[in-house]
Design a protein around this ligand. Structure first.
Ligand SMILES: [Zn+2]
Ligand SMILES: [Zn+2]
Length: 137
């Protein structure tokens, strides 16, 4: 049974993993705002091991993240959906864009990252752990 599965908007790319996600992090960094065209991204942190991607047209854009190390952002080149990121500063873990999950309601957020760059009108649940940047920095 796949614990995690999802796809892009056009359905050309599917992903899955048989492992449980580690957590769900809302990221308010300006790069996530740009990439998603929204106020933040919701990232399901999953183990890279066992994460399967199927389909054609996966694109990748790499840019240095807050750590100075590259973040590789994967997306569908046909429909433009942001799918997941490889964060060099977090080896072995992928950040899957929760809006692409088949069942996003099952994995509500556990923490907030980069609150320092959050849009002022976003209401952050301060009962969750909130980091001004990333917790490793
Ligand atoms: Zn697509
Ligand atoms: Zn981010």
């Amino acid at each position: 049974m796949n614990m995690i599965k999802g796809s892009c908007l056009c359905g050309g790319i599917h992903y899955s993993s048989h492992l449980n996600p580690l957590s769900t992090a809302v990221c308010h960094c300006s790069d996530c705002q740009k990439q998603t065209g929204s106020a933040f991204s919701v990232n399901l942190l999953v183990q890279a091991e066992g994460f399967l991607v199927q389909g054609a047209g996966l694109g990748c854009y790499a840019k240095a993240g807050g750590s100075g190390l590259p973040v590789r952002r994967y997306f569908c080149t046909r429909c433009g959906s942001a799918l997941y990121s490889e964060i060099t500063a977090m080896p072995g873990v992928l950040a899957v864009k929760a809006g692409t999950l088949a069942e996003p309601a099952n994995t509500p957020p556990n923490l907030h990252l980069w609150c320092a760059s959050a849009q002022p009108w976003v209401v952050i649940d301060r009962s969750l752990p909130c980091f001004e940047q990333a917790p490793t920095e």
